[in-house]
Design a protein around this ligand. Structure first.
Ligand SMILES: [Zn+2]
Length: 359
């Protein structure tokens, strides 16, 4: 009897529960086949950062570990954006497509053949892992803020649908979400959702403080908080009236203005508005694609970052918590109608995942 027939016969002799167990096991093997060995990179627990680990058998072909401090078990992908992903090849296809085009969640779901909810979760899992690195700035560095209307798009249970959007009032007001854009003339760019309302010196410090080379010249319009920030950071500052757009010569903010108008177009037109809760994730996406334009190794770097960043899953499962903190600490709005999703292995420890990316 050939082996194929033999396996078939064995399989047929199983009851339905045993059959589904076998299929599940085969799926795990299949999904993890094309992953590189992860053992080398497992040096700490994704849940509590402890380095006291022991090997704990295998799941399919994947080595499992157990943390001696918090007793949780995990694998090399735990904590990364691959955490809990069962359809690995579709997930790879999804992430590839994401970094080629800005497509709506529903369109992506259809293209890849997954549900809209899965499409939403995958998008934000991937984007939650892209804000790990704080880059330094060199030479002439431009800084400006871009405004978005406060949005609660998608939030259920709000009393009036009007409240999902912001105010129609023009000008700087309590509904304007400020994204700070900082960019030097090389390839260092930072997009930070900073607060709702007027930006202060300490907001700028919190987001980009300590990242300027002493030879930096900061260029901006006449924003008092930026002048105060440059002073405390002890870097040169050239500013000009907003209406004039330039202080002459190389001292202009065209780089950040250009980035600002493009990120605005993507958020407001391509995606027809993005909820404030996810605005930082969308700016991570935009930042990643901008960086990729001027770096030929960027695809490899991106894949590497996705595999290495063990905070992605923690950030993803805590976005609602970050959003609550953001609204309560950095706006005059009221946090309403919490969304509740339960993740069986959510990472609770904010010291492990860090809070800085979103606050
Ligand atoms: Zn642990």
């Amino acid at each position: 009897m050939n082996i194929r027939k033999h396996i078939k016969k064995l399989f047929e002799s199983l009851n339905s529960e045993e059959r589904s167990l076998v299929l599940e096991e085969l799926n795990i093997v299949n999904d993890t086949n094309n992953e590189p060995p992860k053992d080398a990179s497992v040096d700490s627990c994704p849940y509590c950062s402890s380095t006291l680990l022991s090997k704990n058998g295998h799941r399919g072909v994947v080595q499992r570990y157990k943390c001696k401090a918090c007793h949780k078990t995990f694998t090399g992908v735990s904590g990364t954006c691959f955490h809990g992903i069962k359809k690995k090849s579709q997930f790879d296809e999804y992430s590839k497509l994401m970094f080629e085009q800005y497509l709506p969640i529903k369109v992506m779901a259809k293209k890849i053949g997954i549900s809209v909810q899965t499409s939403f979760d995958w998008r934000h899992k991937i984007l939650s892992g892209l804000n790990a690195e704080s880059k330094g700035f060199n030479g002439i560095t431009e800084i400006d803020d871009v405004w978005f209307l406060y949005s609660q798009k998608g939030r259920k249970g709000l009393k009036y649908s009007r409240k999902r959007g912001g105010s129609k009032r023009k000008g700087d007001n309590k509904y304007q979400v400020k994204m700070l854009i900082t960019a030097d003339r090389k390839n260092s760019k930072d997009f930070s959702v900073t607060r709702i309302g007027r930006i202060s010196k300490s907001d700028i410090e919190r987001k980009v403080g300590g990242r300027f080379n002493k030879l930096c010249t900061l260029v901006s319009d006449k924003h008092r908080s930026i002048s105060a920030f440059a002073k405390s950071e002890k870097i040169a500052h050239v500013n000009f009236k907003a209406s004039e757009h330039t202080a002459g010569g190389e001292f202009h903010v065209q780089t950040v203005n250009n980035l600002a108008s493009r990120v605005k177009t993507i958020v407001n037109h391509q995606f027809r508005g993005v909820s404030t809760k996810y605005l930082q994730n969308y700016s991570n996406w935009f930042a990643m694609n901008e960086e990729r334009k001027s770096d030929e190794n960027s695809n490899l770097k991106l894949q590497d970052e996705m595999k290495q960043n063990k905070k992605a899953w923690g950030v993803f499962t805590n976005i609602e918590g970050y959003y609550k903190d953001f609204i309560e600490k950095l706006s005059e709005r009221t946090y309403r109608c919490p969304t509740k999703r339960n993740w069986s292995s959510a990472i609770q420890n904010k010291d492990v995942i860090g809070i800085n990316a979103y606050l």
